[in-house]
Design a protein around this ligand. Structure first.
Ligand SMILES: Cc1ncc(COP(=O)(O)O)c(C=O)c1O
Length: 379
């Protein structure tokens, strides 16, 4: 396929085909749009894909998944949760929504993954959990997180928003680990429009999530999956309107069938960037391998204060780029009284290049040429 040299190349996008459209029409025609058999089937298919016996509970966003996971552990006011400063603000908001304090931690310069030594120094008597983020779909560093958690008696909530379909150890992310939360928002490795899921081997946490997503109405999941409703019920704890709908699940089910195809394209694009950008002035690749990962984003570091200039140059050439992410500990609501120098440097240097299944080889050549033209030839 050739690309129009003036067409905008998008940073990310949903890739929706006739299958997703037909699946939504099928649900619309049934005239039951809420949480029912479509969600149940999506949950079963997700578990089968991950090759796990663990239950999968689908919710309306990845943020809700994280929020319910934190709440399910009984974490709330007075408690602290360790979290890397470089992440989407969703991780921080999910923690603070419970009344707990997100404790911003340093990240590693080579991967942007949570720096476990820094996290260890921030453990106090109030620390209950650690929330590693599989930034850019890399799980490098997760073993150190579990070692720290074991040593300090912490629970682990994996923010796997970027890592659906990625491998860890001998299986897929979600098949192991304490509590794993996914996002299926519009631009993730697969989408359900908006959506998310919680996977855990802890039966109490799983039960809590199943109930709390439906306003904590007892046994409502089972009822809805058999086409009924709870009319007379009890409520034992806080609940939320966080469940997934059948319309969303229908999109997700169609997308799940395409995960291998999407994964292959994303991996090849990431490898293509790595090969083409290896020797570019002021550009440092992050230390990732794309043998099995399905990369959600492709961030690089742009040094020497040239990041913003490169962004302007890319935009002027109709190429979108992104900032994943500014450090959360510098946001007014989450501001810390301590510095995190590496996170702050990354906040000035990170720039994400277009990555989605519709980026063509020609697009990628144009992106690489534009980046190199600016970094090697300008200034
Ligand atoms: C690292 C990270 N955590 C959490 C989320 C939240 O997911 P959602 O957008 O589905 O609420 C996102 C999504 O952008 C994310 O990138």
């Amino acid at each position: 396929m050739t690309s129009d040299t003036n067409a905008i190349i998008r940073l990310s996008r949903s890739v929706i085909g006739e299958e997703e459209k037909a699946a939504v029409v099928r649900v619309l025609d049934r005239a039951f749009l809420g949480m029912g058999s479509e969600v149940q089937n999506f949950e079963r298919e997700l578990a089968a894909y991950m090759d796990t016996d663990r239950p999968v509970h689908c919710v309306n966003t990845g943020t809700s998944a994280l929020h319910l996971a934190v709440e399910a552990l009984g974490i709330g006011p007075g408690d602290e949760v360790l979290v890397p400063s470089i992440t989407y603000v969703a991780s921080f908001q999910a923690i603070s929504a419970t009344g707990a304090t997100p404790v911003a931690c340093e990240v590693r310069g080579d991967t942007a993954y949570i720096d476990v030594d820094d996290a260890a120094r921030r453990v106090t008597s109030r620390t209950r959990a650690i929330m590693p983020v599989h930034y850019a779909s890399s799980v490098k560093g997760i073993d150190d997180v579990y070692n720290l958690a074991r040593a300090k008696g912490l629970r682990v909530i994996e923010d796997a928003a970027h890592a659906f379909g990625c491998r860890v150890g001998n299986g897929l992310v979600g098949a192991s680990g304490d509590i794993v939360c996914f996002s299926f928002d519009g631009i993730k490795n697969i989408t359900s429009g908006e959506g998310g899921a919680v996977v855990t081997g802890d039966a109490d946490v799983a039960r809590y999530v199943a109930t709390a997503r439906l306003l904590a109405v007892e046994n409502d999941t089972e009822k809805r999956f058999s086409g009924e409703r709870s009319w007379v019920f009890d409520v034992l704890h806080q609940g939320h309107r966080h469940h997934m709908s059948d319309i969303m699940a229908a999109i997700g089910r169609a997308q799940l069938k395409k995960i291998d195809q999407f994964g292959e394209i994303r991996r090849n694009l990431a490898r293509g960037y790595q090969a083409a950008l290896a020797d570019t002035a002021d550009l440092t690749l992050l230390d990732y391998e794309y043998t099995t990962a399905i990369p959600h984003i492709f961030p690089v570091r742009i040094g020497n204060g040239r990041r913003d200039g490169l962004m302007d140059h890319l935009r002027a050439n109709q190429i979108q780029c992104g900032l994943h992410y500014g450090p959360n500990h510098l946001l007014t609501y989450f501001r810390t009284d301590y510095a995190l120098p590496i996170a702050e440097t990354l906040g000035r240097e990170l720039l994400s290049l277009p990555l989605h299944p519709l980026v063509t080889d020609d697009d990628q050549r144009r992106i690489v040429a534009t980046v190199k033209d600016y970094l090697n030839n300008h200034g």
